[in-house]
Write a protein that binds this ligand. Structure first.
Ligand SMILES: [Zn+2]
Length: 287
């Protein structure tokens, strides 16, 4: 019981912290994330608050929470931790993989070259023919989310297909070198990432395009009903449109209405509502 209890507290704290940051954003007040160690929360110990939660979950409080049947409370399945507040964005000069679905990869921060997620699966969605093999794969959580997104899109008459998901380090080497050969390095850097710096290597990013632009990766997607549907709804499935036009100076990437990055529903909704680059969101979350 101890481990799930601790995790539940972490999770609760996390959700509280996220809320704090949003409400305080307008006042640009310093968030207090770093001070919120679970074990040093002054008001109540982790054990106490957890017991409270468990009691609330049990309809009839006759039996102690510990003896509740397994089906009453799901203690074996730890709730997902959306954020570990004490984890830095970078570790040893590289992307901090301990951030899990919040891992930050950008022009400055690279993944370890050998990194490949262990839980890659192929989502059951429509892909363009040119997307083959592991380039259709995503991490399990993102794959499940994109399946839901695509299912609902289809039901709404929105015709979308995946064009590129996971990319290995080696594949990105080939791709980036080809772009540099074609357009020169300076130009290539505006739309493609050097090896290790691609979000696609995280297994949490997928490029999606629509029939109305011939499934091309083009900014014209923005003007289509499919592109608008993505921009309006992706966050409700846990995805953000990572490279917005307004963020070009900060991200170093041109606007990519097709590039979706999975960060989970709560965080994606926050980013969508705050309308800030992912970098800025993480900094505010962790300050
Ligand atoms: Zn992409």
């Amino acid at each position: 019981m101890r481990k799930p209890s601790f995790l539940m507290v972490c999770c609760a704290l996390t959700l509280t912290l996220v809320g704090c940051n949003i409400s305080e954003q307008a006042e640009t007040e310093q968030p207090t994330v770093s001070e919120q160690e679970p074990t040093t929360t002054p008001e109540e110990s982790p054990t106490e608050s957890t017991e409270e939660n468990e009691v609330n979950d049990v309809p009839e409080a006759e039996a102690p929470a510990e003896e509740a049947p397994a089906e009453e409370a799901p203690p074996e399945k730890a709730p997902p931790i959306e954020l570990v507040p004490t984890e830095p964005i970078e570790r040893d000069g590289q992307a901090n993989l301990a951030l899990d679905t919040l891992v930050l990869v950008n022009k400055q921060i690279a993944l370890p070259s050998g990194y490949k997620p262990e839980d890659l699966v192929t989502p059951n969605i429509d892909f363009v023919d040119s997307a083959t093999g592991e380039r259709r794969m995503l991490r399990q959580e993102a794959a499940t989310a994109v399946e839901a997104l695509m299912k609902d899109a289809k039901a709404a008459g929105i015709d979308l297909r995946g064009t590129s998901a996971f990319r290995s380090y080696d594949y990105q080497v080939q791709l980036f070198n080809a772009y540099v050969a074609r357009d020169g390095k300076e130009q290539a850097l505006k739309y493609s990432a050097p090896p290790g710096h691609s979000e696609h290597q995280t297994g949490l990013a997928i490029d999606i395009s629509s029939a109305s632009v011939g499934y091309q990766l083009t900014q014209g997607l923005e003007q289509t009903k499919e592109g608008k549907w993505l921009a309006d709804n992706a966050h409700t499935y846990g995805f953000i449109v990572r490279y917005q036009r307004a963020y070009e100076a900060e991200t170093g990437y041109m606007y990519e209405p097709w590039h979706l990055r999975y960060i989970g529903v709560e965080h994606a909704t926050n980013v969508h509502e705050m309308n800030v680059p992912f970098e800025q969101y993480l900094e505010q979350l962790m300050d």
